[in-house]
Design a protein around this ligand. Structure first.
Ligand SMILES: [Zn+2]
Length: 341
């Protein structure tokens, strides 16, 4: 596969010239327009925002650091708790048009020199980042990642594997009971068996119920309501150039990375749903959450009361209050921000 990547790489290798100011070179930027650029002297770097005529945005953080990072992300606002964005995040990595082999992403884990490879689903976005110290490795990984997100196979069998399916407890023994299985289904059962995770999700869902009222990772009891057609439609609508945000950090040649992105930006795509604005609370709210550990219920009820006052007082930035609040409450544990891998 590595060979295939090298031979078919859509990027042409080139030399990085640190003295050249790429942002002032219109030819190199092609369809991209430089919107803003700023030197951040504290970190010895230059941050620039570029906009493609198709609607995509590219944040370039140029810094003399050999560990380069690239990421492609999309706004993916879920409409229910079936875990659609999370299951899609898993399924796009199971094979694409250019790399139709079984699980190219996991194949690259053992073949790449990457210092980081992952995919993350947040409450309103999905992102696919990687880092590497090797330029050619970055080009290879960029090819795999971009083809995965823009041209995935989304095979129904991959959906069953990553999302949910009914199967005998022992697949080789038809006398065993039929049970629910699936990578994300099992992952989310594990997530919500931890009280801190349950608390974090419930707090987000109830503090900002209009904007973040559902679980992007998926509630185990709702995951089996998701259908393969929903997944395909959601991908068609959300994984578009107009909705794409790219990120590059390090000293890799920007023009090469832009050239790698370009073939995928032909069709713009339509508008997608935004995160809905959260109206002001008119009264304090209370919420009872059942979990394994009783004392958390009291903490939750108490914190809910306190925060309802804070939200009314500051009204605008409820999210920040939530974030700071939960960090204080849970002392900076992983539950302070909901990301599903
Ligand atoms: Zn996951």
């Amino acid at each position: 596969m590595i060979r295939q990547l090298l031979v078919n790489g859509i990027l042409k290798p080139g030399k990085f010239n640190a003295n050249r100011n790429i942002h002032s070179d219109k030819k190199l930027l092609g369809q991209w327009e430089l919107k803003k650029s700023a030197k951040i002297s504290e970190f010895n770097m230059t941050a620039s925002i570029l906009q493609h005529e198709g609607g995509s945005e590219f944040l370039h953080v140029e810094r003399d650091d050999p560990n380069a990072t690239f990421s492609v992300g999309f706004r993916t606002v879920p409409q229910d708790s079936s875990g659609l964005p999370h299951i899609l995040e898993h399924t796009v990595l199971c094979g694409s048009e250019r790399f139709p082999c079984r699980d190219p992403f996991f194949n690259m884990l053992s073949r790449s020199l990457a210092t980081f490879m992952n995919a993350l689903t947040a409450p309103d976005a999905t992102m696919y980042p990687f880092s590497s110290l090797n330029k050619q490795d970055c080009r290879n990984l960029q090819s795999v990642y971009l083809d995965a997100v823009f041209q995935p196979k989304l095979d129904p069998k991959d959906f069953q594997q990553e999302g949910w399916r009914l199967e005998h407890e022992d697949p080789n023994d038809p006398s065993t009971p039929i049970i629910l299985k699936g990578v994300v289904y099992n992952e989310m059962k594990g997530v919500f068996s931890d009280n801190q995770n349950l608390y974090g999700e419930e707090l987000l869902n109830n503090l900002l119920p209009v904007a973040y009222g559902v679980c992007s990772g998926g509630l185990p009891k709702e995951i089996p309501t998701l259908r393969h057609e929903d997944l395909v439609q959601f991908h068609r609508r959300h994984y578009t150039p107009r909705n794409a945000k790219f990120f590059l950090y390090g000293k890799l040649p920007l023009e090469e990375l832009l050239a790698g992105v370009e073939p995928y930006l032909k069709e713009k795509g339509s508008d997608i749903p935004l995160v809905r604005a959260e109206p002001r609370w008119s009264a304090p709210r209370r919420k009872h959450v059942v979990c394994r550990c009783v004392y958390l219920i009291y903490i939750h009820a108490y914190m809910g009361f306190i925060w309802s006052k804070q939200v009314r007082r500051y009204q605008v930035n409820g999210y920040k209050i939530w974030h700071a609040g939960i960090r204080i409450c849970l002392r900076g544990t992983s539950a302070s921000m909901r990301f599903y891998n």
